[in-house]
Design a protein around this ligand. Structure first.
Ligand code: ARG
Length: 463
């Protein structure tokens, strides 16, 4: 007798080549699904007993056995076997070793094809919920800080050139809006993850009288999938999740970039606590913003995983193909990378220290109230294009004199237009400029406080 595979070796005349066994096995990376695999199996066995395919005693033996296997794995007592290929067959073999041949009945009316699709969905659903918690924690930190910094003035940028003064709180709430959309996308994605493929069996369904709605209910899925062929083959839900994750990483990379700039000696807007930074082994003065830099870098690997998964799925004929085993490493690394990045950001954000004086000083330079001067002239009756011209000339003069617009005298300003009067200085100050943008979505401190309130309420409504 040749020693062929215990689970499917019946029709084989020789054992699997040793390297092929190693090459095709997924146990190295799919072992992290063990809890979800066992959860799915318990629901499956329970449903089988309810429809009369298993006896109540068989079900109890299987459930108790699975829970004991779960303990063994948790405590590191189970040795994963490459010969058993994957987590599904490792768990099943451990079950049978524990409870005897009744363990072999567990796989009735199912296939690893619908089993693995179920496990991934269970795992991803749990991961989405954990990621959503971290996102919420980060958003909470941003909103709290935004409230504290509602009056803090900094330069707002376009083209990374000083444009108009804004409040730091307004800037932080812009970050929060990005994350709010990320949260909503994740919740929407969850709806398509939370559907039960089990019952599709290998591809065509099963001859046993299964009750898929019951299995769905037992596992907390919204409903069973509609079509068995589709159920075992498509990984679009994993691709969709990775796309959501890529967008969130993109947003985190934008925040990271600003933090890296702002902590530099040249900007000096922000101080990061030492515990989020590292030093240099050669330059004693260095304090590097490693967390934002790393998060910025890690966005690249998540984009890569999105491309891997799209390419993995492309052109696959129905139904299950072994290609799909390659879904796990990109998906798991996406979850880990996003989770770690969100956690680091959520821990760090409440400790960002704004250097208000430096921000204010920077806003004073760069003629950031030039638009306010133009709006002032328009309100006094001048067409906007003419006002633009007058202000342009005033800025050019200020540059020559090394003076900000608010530092020019009334006489100097009047050289360019006699429309200018004493009240011009109300709009040329930074505080006047931000307070004047007093509408829904604007940067005026009272608007920022109201926006922070609304954002906080949205978070409170989540649970
Ligand atoms: N390890 C496999 C995977 O991850 C499980 C499904 C295998 N199915 C099969 N017919 N070989 O996709």
């Amino acid at each position: 007798m040749t020693d062929t595979n215990a689970a499917w070796g019946g029709r084989f005349a020789e054992a699997t080549d040793a390297f092929v066994a190693e090459f095709t096995a997924s146990i190295r990376f799919d072992q992290r699904l063990y809890r979800h695999d066992i959860q799915g199996s318990i629901a499956h066995a329970t449903m089988l007993a309810e429809v009369g395919v298993l006896t109540a005693d068989e079900r109890s033996a299987i459930v108790d056995g699975l829970l004991a296997v779960q303990d063994d794995i948790k405590e590191g007592r189970l040795e994963w076997s490459v010969a058993l290929e994957d987590v599904h067959m490792n768990v099943e073999a451990a079950l049978t070793a524990k409870i005897g041949s009744v363990g072999k009945k567990l796989h009735t009316g199912r296939s690893r094809n619908d089993q693995v699709a179920t496990d991934i969905r269970l795992y991803l659903r749990e991961s989405i919920d954990l990621l959503a918690q971290e996102l919420t924690r980060l958003q909470q930190g941003l909103i709290t800080l935004a409230e504290q910094e509602a009056d803090t003035i900094m330069p707002g940028f376009t083209h990374l050139q000083s444009a108009q003064p804004v409040t730091f709180g307004h800037h932080l709430l812009a970050w929060n809006e990005m994350l709010q959309r990320d949260f909503e996308r994740l919740q929407d994605c969850r709806k398509r993850v939370n559907i039960l493929p089990l019952g599709a069996a290998a591809l065509a369904g099963t001859t046993f009288p299964i009750d898929r709605a019951r299995t769905a209910e037992l596992l907390g899925f919204d409903r069973p999938t509609e079509n068995s062929l589709d159920s075992v083959s498509d990984r679009d839900f994993a691709i969709e999740f990775t796309h959501c994750a890529a967008l969130t990483m993109m947003h985190l990379s934008r925040m990271s970039e600003e933090l890296v700039l702002w902590t530099s000696a040249q900007f000096n807007f922000i101080d990061l606590p030492d515990r989020f930074c590292t030093g240099s082994s050669i330059m004693p003065q260095k304090k590097n913003p490693d967390v934002p830099e790393l998060v910025r870098g890690k966005s690249g690997r998540v984009y890569g995983h999105l491309m891997s998964l799209l390419t993995l799925m492309k052109s696959q004929p129905l139904a299950y193909n072994k290609d799909n085993q390659e879904d796990k490493e990109p998906l798991f690394d996406t979850i880990d990378t996003l989770g770690g990045s969100l956690r680091a950001f959520a821990d760090m954000v409440p400790h960002l220290q704004a250097r208000k004086d430096v921000m204010r000083e920077a806003a004073l330079r760069g003629y950031s109230t030039a638009t306010d001067l133009a709006d002032y002239l328009v309100k006094k009756g001048m067409p906007f294009r003419d006002a633009h011209e007058v202000v342009g000339k005033s800025v050019a003069y200020g540059l020559e004199q090394s003076k900000d617009l608010s530092e020019l005298t009334l006489e100097e300003l009047q050289r360019f237009s006699d429309t200018v009067a004493e009240d011009v200085f109300d709009v040329l100050t930074l505080d006047g400029s931000v307070s004047a943008r007093d509408h829904f979505g604007g940067t005026a401190p009272n608007q920022v406080r109201a926006a922070a309130q609304r954002a906080g309420k949205r978070l409170a409504d989540r649970t």
